[in-house]
Design a protein. Structure first.
Length: 546
């Protein structure tokens, strides 16, 4: 390393904290281009990261929350809501993947905001993410506990919340490879379940069920493609129902952009993270939109068992569809796999949250105790911190489980929207930083398509959805303190965190000319990842993770 390069790296290290590059000794092994990778174990292989990206976020938002979307927006409203949100989320994933391919560090956008926007935004979004995971984890555990109640009537949900929470801690405190193998297995089950549900739905819809009734698009005609939401007549009421589905979809897609969060524990992240990101759109189309489409054909929007304020959270629309068709065994199979999905989503949330907190600590935005890792290379203090917040799940023991689940879902939805807006904003600063420094994006490890238009569309669209998420409380006679707080609490929170840190520490927005883009480009060039081995034999037919 020449003196000029060393001097430039020292200068960049002053800005980037612990993101220091180290020399490579053996180009044939996985690279260790940043200091933190020496502490964290790189246990996530290509098949792990691909499968986590493929199905890691498929959980209660799809299997349970979609019922409420159908009951409020109708079949067409729910389909449009999930479809459009999926397209917008793809814009976010493409943005964060380009950043992570260049700077593959734990915490993902939290670290990128530090380098390319403002350290204050890194702090604000970091702790906003901590808050989101503290709320989202108990939501998944509560859903899983209620799903178990589908079979074990009479046993307190507190027992299942305790058992499932301890299993989450055990999974996250040992080798990250254990997490990878668990998620790989659960993702396989979820994919097989969704494919099975799609086939089952087609069979039922075409008259192949026990009742031999051919549904076709019957429920799209009666009770209709849309719902007159909140009793508002005419097209306005139908539009309001459709618009409400965006919050449900945001919860379902929350954390879909989190694949790069464990970049420091991923082998060859500059190759594997973009590969996962490029397939997001098709995965959303097949596993979310197609599943929603099929279930709207066989479950009417006015079914009393759908997730409404008086509903049972164990009654997912997929279980309802099987029950309505007279299929007795399938609901138990569905419930079992949905249970693993809920727990798996919590497992992913704890890993992502702990790595975010670890990344915050590395940047000096969280207490240094969260930098501690155990002998397995896992930030155990950060994991245990989130374990404490699993106790919020016990709130469901004193009130309706579905009501608490709804509060958690709305809080996570608004936090997800803020997170996506910040990702797009940071990417846009990075994009124009490349322009200002005369850097051709073709020099980057990976250049995302449709930029900067994708980031602009995502930023503006999610901003509008966030501001209108709780619109119902402003209608005459519809005020709800719980809805207002859960829909809008995150907006003042992110501004308080941002400006509070900014004024306290006196941080400044990183100028376009001073962004350390060239520094990270040089690291990538000095540490090339080994070329990918060509697929041979049956592996060429594997479309799930290769």
């Amino acid at each position: 390393m020449d003196l000029e390069k060393a001097s430039y790296e020292d200068k960049a290290d002053d800005q980037a904290g612990t993101a220091r590059a180290v020399p490579i000794l053996d180009p044939e092994i996985d690279i260790i281009d940043f200091e933190e990778k020496k502490e964290l174990k790189r246990g996530l292989e290509q098949r792990h990261i691909q499968m986590i990206a493929l199905a890691g976020t498929i959980g209660t938002g799809l299997f349970l929350g979609s019922g409420k979307a159908i009951s409020r927006g109708g079949p067409v409203g729910a389909l449009l809501g999930y479809g459009l949100t999926g397209v917008l989320v793809s814009c976010v994933v493409l943005s964060v993947a380009e950043l992570s391919a260049l700077v593959p560090l734990s915490g993902s956008i939290i670290r990128h905001a530090h380098f390319f926007f403002d350290p204050a935004l890194s702090f604000a979004q970091g702790w906003n993410g901590v808050y989101s995971n503290c709320v989202g984890l108990p939501a998944e555990i509560v859903a899983a506990a209620v799903l178990i109640d589908f079979w074990s009537h009479g046993i307190s949900n507190g027992v299942w919340i305790t058992i499932l929470g301890l299993l989450l801690l055990a999974s996250n405190l040992f080798f990250v490879r254990i997490y990878g193998e668990l998620e790989f297995s659960f993702a396989t089950l979820k994919i097989l379940l969704i494919l099975g549900l799609i086939l089952m739905g087609l069979v039922i819809d075409l008259g192949g069920g026990p009742d031999h009734h051919r549904y076709g698009f019957q429920y799209w005609k009666n009770p209709g493609p849309f719902v007159q939401y909140l009793g508002v007549p005419g097209p306005l009421g139908q539009f309001l129902g459709f618009w409400t589905t965006f919050s449900n979809a945001a919860y379902a897609y929350s954390s879909i952009e989190s694949v790069p969060n464990a970049a420091a524990e991923t082998r060859n992240p500059r190759r594997n993270i973009p590969k996962a990101a490029k397939r997001i759109f098709w995965r959303v189309l097949i596993f979310y939109v197609l599943a929603i489409f099929i279930v709207t054909l066989i479950v009417p929007s006015n079914d009393p068992n759908l997730l409404q304020s008086t509903g049972n959270a164990a009654q997912s629309p997929f279980v309802i569809a099987a029950n309505r068709a007279g299929i007795k065994v399938v609901p138990h199979i569905i419930n079992a796999v949905v249970l693993t999905s809920a727990w798996s989503a919590g497992n992913s949330g704890m890993l992502n949250g702990s790595r975010n907190l670890y990344g915050l600590a590395l940047e000096g935005h969280a207490p240094s105790i969260f930098k501690r890792v155990n002998r397995f290379g896992v930030p155990w203090v950060a994991v245990c911190f989130y374990g404490l917040f699993l106790c919020l799940g016990f709130m469901t023991l004193n009130t309706s489980a579905s009501t608490v689940f709804q509060w958690f879902q709305d809080l996570v939805s608004s936090a997800a929207l803020v997170h996506w807006i910040i990702i797009c904003a940071v990417y846009l600063r990075f994009y124009y930083g490349c322009k200002a420094q005369g850097i051709d994006r073709n020099e980057l490890p990976w250049k995302g398509p449709f930029q900067p238009y994708a980031a602009w569309i995502g930023c503006i669209s999610f901003g509008i959805i966030l501001l209108t998420a709780g619109y119902s409380v402003f209608m005459t006679g519809k005020w709800s303190t719980e809805t207002f707080i859960s829909s809008y609490f995150n907006i003042p929170l992110i501004f308080v965190l941002y400006f509070g840190y900014k004024f306290t520490r006196g941080t400044k927005m990183v100028s376009l000319e001073e962004m350390p883009i060239k520094h990270f480009l040089q690291i990538a060039k000095d540490n090339p990842e080994p070329s990918e081995k060509p697929l041979r034999g049956w592996r060429r037919l594997n479309i799930l993770w290769e």
